[in-house]
Design a protein around this ligand. Structure first.
Ligand code: PMP
Length: 404
């Protein structure tokens, strides 16, 4: 059991006091973005009211404080994801930018005509579109790992897709639509046996199951701060040092150089080589505060709480006549997608909103997998640390009312 005091956790999130349509807000849109604890909000306020300054370039006191805070955040992230070195932690805008960085640099210099890239059918558009652009430019081929009926990747099919031409496998850790937890350690092991590299999209995995990049031996791991109770506009790309060292820079400008003349430029060392221009300093520090918050609770306890709540929600919703669940593998967490007979997902989401319940309807930026199951749009309820069984009951009762 999770053994968490959820009611005390809820007090840390001011927004949960908000009322919507006269009802208490039930935030079940955590896969889109998570709410922020006071610690994160206070960290941002403190940064701007006490020590706002550009980093790495000033003799003055505030520059030193902000640089220290920024680099301390990097260290918190390193520890949280189990990376060996600070040189492997690159601040980016989010998952999307992290993946684009890899396709535009690693992809640009390693993928050649005739090479193969493996994705899975359940990828988010941000882990499809950048690879598509690269494949088109280079004359490479994209191959797709299929899923079974309940939303698990078919590993036997994956093994058949690998060949000596496979350069990279890019795969989500946790599906934002099916909730499936993919066996990334095994997927990576299989890829490495074929000498292919692996990028893991941790956008959903990071807050719900955590990661140890060394333990799973990921080559690249990307995530967004806003999905783990941190600010928007900040995220992280982890890459193995030897890969990052051999990649060309992504953007060029200040901060990523050692020496510049009009004839040539010597690039800065890692991780700065990939951090051109003034980054999102306050939000990086805010992400550090979010990681402290999660660590104080403990990712294992979070996992246990969310697994329990996911099971409870799946069980309750499965008994509602006229509701069909998508993504029914028991090996899932936090994401519950479904459709209702007689009501469009959009209509249903609006009706839930009347009861103060925030869910998402639409294609959730994962059109290929929805199409595979025969849908254009679904309703998605997604769970975070502050959700309770009572909130799942409120959701189920509101749906029941609608279906009647
Ligand atoms: N991958 C997955 C699995 C996601 O769920 C998301 C966000 N919905 C993304 C990538 C993109 O993240 P961001 O918009 O923060 O860049």
């Amino acid at each position: 059991r999770a053994d968490l005091d959820i009611y005390s956790i809820r007090k840390d999130f001011p927004i949960l006091q908000t009322r919507v349509n006269g009802k208490s807000l039930v935030w079940l849109d955590n896969s889109a973005t998570t709410q922020k604890p006071k610690d994160v909000i206070n960290t941002l306020e403190e940064y701007y009211s006490k020590y706002n300054s550009n980093i790495h370039r000033g003799a003055h006191t505030l520059a030193k404080i902000s640089t220290d805070a920024y680099e301390t955040a990097r260290e918190k992230i390193r520890l949280f994801i189990g990376a060996s070195s600070l040189e492997e932690i690159i601040f980016v805008r989010g998952t999307t930018e992290g993946i684009n960085l890899v396709t535009e640099t690693f992809g640009e210099s390693n993928i050649e005509k005739g090479d193969e890239i493996i994705l899975s059918i359940m990828e988010h558009h941000s882990n499809i579109v950048p690879w598509q652009k690269l494949a088109k430019k280079k004359g490479a081929t994209i191959k797709i790992i299929p899923v079974n009926e309940c939303g698990e990747l078919i590993l036997e099919e994956y093994k058949k897709l690998l060949s000596p031409k496979t350069k990279i496998v890019a795969i989500t850790q946790l599906s934002n639509i099916l909730g499936t937890i993919n066996p990334i350690k095994e997927i990576i092991e299989i890829a490495h046996a074929s000498e292919a590299k692996v990028l893991v999209d941790g956008a959903q995995g990071i807050a719900h199951i955590g990661i140890d990049v060394n333990e799973v031996d990921a080559d690249f791991y990307v995530f967004s701060g806003h999905k783990i109770y941190g600010p928007t506009g900040i995220g992280v790309l982890y890459g193995k040092k030897e890969l990052l060292q051999n990649m060309p820079p992504y953007q060029r400008g200040g901060g990523m150089i050692k020496n510049v003349t009009f004839d040539s430029t010597e690039y800065n060392s890692l991780p700065y080589k990939f951090e051109a221009g003034t980054g999102n300093i306050a939000d990086a520090i805010g992400l550090g505060a979010a990681i402290d918050y999660v660590n104080n609770i403990g990712i294992n306890r979070i996992m246990a709480h969310e697994a329990e709540l996911t099971n409870y929600a799946m069980e309750r919703l499965s008994h509602l006549p006229g509701l069909s669940l998508i993504g029914t593998t028991p090996n899932k967490s936090s994401v519950i997608s479904f459709i209702l007979s007689g009501l469009s997902p959009d209509q249903a989401a609006h009706k839930l909103n009347e009861d103060g319940i925030a869910v998402r309807s639409g294609h959730h930026c994962a059109q290929p997998v929805l199409k595979h199951y025969g849908f254009n749009s679904v309703i998605r309820a997604s769970i975070g640390i502050y959700n309770t069984r009572e909130e799942i009951d409120i959701l189920a009762n509101s749906l029941m009312k609608m279906l009647r």
